[in-house]
Design a protein around this ligand. Structure first.
Ligand code: FES
Ligand SMILES: [Fe+2]
Length: 357
């Protein structure tokens, strides 16, 4: 078995950073950032996120350089973020631009600013191995958020569990038939026996599963007028900071399902998994779908059922992690469904240990 399987993040090489740092991570969904600062610890760094007067997102260290009040306790003004204790004003670059009652602003009156980029309704943040180096590449694009074909909605969960347990869960959809019977599940045996193809490269893992001639699960029949049995696909892409999961179905035998322009019912999930600490995580999700009729009503159903589904996952994963703490160091065996999760763990471990060298 892989010694990386389902272990908490920190085991070996403890002097190295616990997460790959040269990556864009999801800091927020765009809709979260309105007219108030948002406090969020990410990769162990307390950060305050806010929009400046031009609507651009900024990310600063969440600590006033005067007497350390979190800047997220302050207020947004046209010229920046004002500390809620003695009123120092900071711009998007973290520079203090005003000290009430004092003319001279000390050169060191500034806080750290992190590179951020907002695109496709997602706010990305870069921590970096070297704080003086700009990001080595652009953040990823996410086309379903820009497509006319899809509507989408989503939310944010906080997890009392390490982020790799969430990767494990999303890379192994065989759990649908046990955890999600009320929504996207279906017959457990069909899931466990689904034909599965796993491939990977240095930075990603791809899983394709087909379930031909199967019973459509409740969410599917609620959202789409299937005639009877369906051919289902599940395509999962793992990247270091997020997963893209494209699932759906067509009427059984009506058309090939390995063609990206296939018809039928689609659910395209975006899953941004950002470590908060080594043992807790942020989970940013959206679901995009293509309802053909009663779009608003169907979309609401798809989103509600997706949120319900993810709450089921959260319950399982947090219970799993509590038990891992209660049974420290106990071995865990691998079974066939662990192939993709184990590859993702190897990719992260490789990048993490390489980043400290
Ligand atoms: S603590 Fe922020 S201005 Fe004093
Ligand atoms: Fe799940």
């Amino acid at each position: 078995m892989s010694d990386l399987a389902a272990q908490p993040v920190k085991q070996k090489t403890e002097h190295l950073p616990p997460f790959p740092l040269n990556q864009w991570y999801v800091a927020a969904l765009s809709r979260e950032l309105k007219d108030e600062p948002v406090a969020r610890m990410m990769l162990g760094n307390p950060i305050v996120l806010f929009r400046n007067a031009d609507g651009e997102v900024a990310a600063l260290e969440d600590r006033c350089c005067h007497r350390a009040l979190p800047l997220s306790c302050g207020t947004l003004e046209p010229d920046g973020l004002r500390c809620g204790y003695h009123g120092m004003l900071y711009n998007s670059q973290g520079q203090c631009t005003e000290i009430p009652g004092q003319e001279k602003i000390p050169r060191r009156a500034r806080v750290k600013a992190y590179p951020v980029k907002e695109q496709d309704d997602i706010v990305w943040i870069w921590f970096g191995e070297d704080a003086n180096e700009p990001p080595a590449f652009e953040p990823p694009r996410y086309s379903p958020h820009r497509s006319d074909q899809y509507f989408f909605d989503g939310g944010v969960f906080h997890y009392q569990a390490p982020y790799q347990l969430i990767h494990d869960n999303l890379l192994d959809l065989s759990h649908l038939g046990y955890v999600h019977l009320k929504t996207i599940g279906g017959n457990a045996k069909v899931h466990m026996n689904a034909q599965m193809d796993v491939s990977s490269d240095e930075k990603s893992v791809h899983v394709v599963r087909h379930m031909l001639d199967s019973e459509p699960p409740p969410t599917y029949t609620a959202a789409y007028p299937f005639k009877g049995r369906v051919d289902r696909w599940q395509e999962i892409e793992f990247h270091i900071s997020h997963l893209r999961i494209w699932t759906g179905a067509v009427d059984a035998g009506s058309e090939p399902i390995d063609n990206p322009s296939r018809g039928g019912f689609h659910m395209r999930g975006f899953h941004g998994i950002t470590p908060e600490t080594e043992t807790t995580s942020h989970y940013f999700w959206t679901i995009a779908s293509n309802p053909t009729e009663n779009q608003e009503e169907v979309m609401k159903k798809v989103v509600d059922q997706t949120a319900y589904t993810f709450e089921e996952d959260k319950e399982v994963i947090e219970a799993q992690y509590r038990n891992m703490i209660d049974f420290p160091g106990e071995p865990m065996i691998d079974i066939h469904v662990d192939a993709a999760p184990n590859r993702a763990r190897r990719i992260i471990e490789h990048l993490r240990t390489r980043s400290g060298k």
